[in-house]
Write a protein that binds this ligand. Structure first.
Ligand code: PLP
Length: 405
């Protein structure tokens, strides 16, 4: 069993230990195990945003649009190259994940006949968006019932696309509750040979696990930037459209930021070629700049080193949970094989909601996801092994005195 001394030793030997200093962290503050919901603030973001506000906005004013205007594609290219495995010209940073998902699902359905396939265990916004597109466009919505712990499998997907036309399959690459990491390439193969678009929501994957959108045959993708990428609350999300599909797809919000010769102010919408056609309106510049800084800070480690530490951290959480929490009525709600698990671990208990509240009062921030999961995210960029150890230790103490209500 992992002792606190061993955890401290792992921190001493951690090649990423210094990266923690790149974040604003109060060492006397709570133990933060919720970076998959809102990532921490990078120190460089504080100075970069102050500069942006004081100089680019405060002084240069509207002239700053000369360079701001290209940020959605420039930051998109940097994100594509660093954390998405996407060649240039296929990623745009704009709007929220929900809005991007709507844009891409609607575009996919307009381009191809057939049903929308989605996962009953997916994140609520994802389920609602496909529900809405299916209803407004008069398409069948076929729900896949994936395993709540192991996530969607090749067989689940093969069953769902068999026998009828399917326009698009929408799935999360890493499950928001279970942390299950889907087999991207195998699933995309099944989906594409059925004639459908494969759309991955990478919100809980980007910055946590290596992603190879181009190589894995992904058609479309979306994802958040305020989780593992540390872009800050409400920072704009990304969308990916594989180059070969861009010309054939038209998203439903016809805004002037997708317009060819934007400032000609022409009478009809005529979208540009390329990824810019998936833009809508004026981009949120402070958020975009913060995303850029978040990417730059994580690149000091790179996804290989981040993932290696993340696996070691989540393995420690699973091990401690087995030793301490299983006898107290907890089960692990995430895949046990680290190769099938993202950056967080879900711990299930019938009183998870109350336990999370008491845990917060005891100085450990994790979160609850209905019906019975405590999500623990030891984010590699800034979480120490002793933080994971102390967090689980506090949960054990609380749970051992717990009387089920
Ligand atoms: C966090 C998350 C979202 C959030 O979408 P917003 O539009 O940013 O609110 C959507 N989908 C998934 C899978 C998520 O994990």
């Amino acid at each position: 069993m992992l002792t606190r001394e061993q955890a401290a030793k792992l921190d001493d030997e951690d090649p990423l230990a210094a990266l923690r200093d790149d974040f604003v962290i109060d060492d006397g503050g709570p133990i933060y195990l919720d970076g998959n919901s809102l990532g921490r603030l990078p120190r460089a973001t504080v100075t970069r945003l102050a500069e942006l506000v004081e100089q680019e906005w405060g002084t240069a004013l509207v002239q700053s649009w000369d360079h701001w205007i290209d940020l959605p594609t420039e930051v998109g290219d940097r994100l594509g190259a660093s954390f998405l495995g996407a060649a240039a010209g296929q990623v745009l940073v704009a709007d929220s994940t929900t809005v991007n998902l709507y844009k891409l699902v609607a575009a996919a359905v307009d381009a191809r006949a057939g049903a929308i396939v989605a996962d009953r265990n997916d994140f609520p916004s994802d389920r609602y968006v496909v529900e809405g597109v299916a209803a407004t466009k008069g398409r069948e919505l076929r729900w896949m019932a994936s395993d709540p712990v192991d996530g969607p499998t090749l067989d689940d997907v093969a069953d769902a696309v068999r026998g009828r036309d399917v326009a698009v399959v929408v799935l999360s690459l890493v499950g928001y509750r279970s942390s299950a990491w889907a087999a991207a390439r195998g699933i995309a193969d099944v989906v594409r040979s059925a004639g459908a678009f494969m759309l991955w929501d990478c919100s809980h994957a980007v910055g946590a696990v290596p992603i190879a959108l181009d190589a894995d045959g992904t058609d479309l993708a979306v994802g958040c930037t305020y989780k593992y990428l540390n872009g800050g609350p409400g920072s704009p999300a990304f969308l990916y459209v594989r180059r070969e599909h861009q010309a054939a797809l038209r998203q439903p919000v016809w805004g002037w930021f997708a317009q060819r010769d934007q400032f000609a102010m022409g009478p009809h919408h005529d979208p540009v070629d390329g990824i810019g056609r998936f833009g809508v309106g004026t981009p949120p510049i402070p958020g975009l700049v913060a995303v850029d800084v978040g990417i730059e800070v994580l690149l000091r480690a790179g996804i290989g080193a981040l993932r290696a530490k993340s696996v070691a951290l989540t393995e420690a959480v699973v091990e401690l949970s087995d030793d301490w929490l299983a006898p107290l009525g907890f089960t692990v709600g995430s895949p046990r094989d680290p190769a099938r698990r993202g950056g967080h671990v879900s711990l299930r208990h019938p009183d998870a909601e109350s336990l999370v509240a008491v845990l917060r009062d005891a100085g450990v921030v994790a979160d609850f996801r209905a019906p019975d999961s405590i999500r623990v995210a030891p984010v590699a960029a800034y979480t120490r092994f002793v933080d994971a150890w102390d967090g689980l230790d506090r949960l054990r103490r609380i749970a051992s005195g717990w009387r089920s209500s």
